[in-house]
Design a protein. Sequence first.
Length: 281
Amino acid sequence: MKRATLAAAVVSMACGVGAELATEDAEVSAGTAYFTAERDQRKCPSPACGGWWLREVNRTGDAIYVSSLDLSRAGLDDASLVWNAGPRELLLRGKLRDAERGTQKLAVWAAYRGQPNAAPSAADEFLSVAEQNIVCVTAPCERLLATRLNVGGASRAGKLEVERSCRPFADDAFMENRVLAHGALVAGRVSGGAVDAGQVYLRLPLRFAPCPAVKVAKCPDGQVNTWRRTADLCMIPDGCAAPANCPETRPACETGYTPSTWPAQPAGCTQLRCDPSFVVP
């Protein structure tokens, strides 16, 4: 069954992971860096104004002005995923190149978009987090390797915590899955044996593997089909339940988020998750 938002009935959402990290040009290995990017709001003639302000992550220094972003190498089917990003939501891997009239542009190899309204603290570092295939002989098992972007250096951790980055009713399991299995990056810190993420930057474009085919059972009268959602946003049948003591209203999602709902166990009440709107179609 496809990923879905369910209320009284199941409504299909788009499916579609594949290889998360596209094969990158050999040129990536030389001279690229990770930058945060925000639009230049100054009012003066282009290209001197109206471009983007970049900052190299994990390094001190002044902001760098570029007149444009070249996304031709980023593998994006829909460049609006970058153009529509809000303040402090965009993380890019690229290389500075000369542009026009004395300005620079950023040639982008990889683009990442953070969760709306989530702001990492000044103490957070920008990290890649990878799960290592190791055999542990002591506990806790520090299977995660958190590597600082641009500057190198790594720390080991036993778990990834994304609660600080997530807005109300967000799907923590989805965010953890995107980091550990799909190349998402984080702004956070390694503390107490955990990677504590203040923001998660999802690799663009978002790709999903097909959801498994499922058979939906017919429920007895007075009961409804219930569902559980996997970390890949697939909806899986979870039996039947007779709705009881369910709230008559549910909270609204914040701006920048889209509600996904489905009847869930144990009482068949509506489960709510607020997904970043750029994640769901």
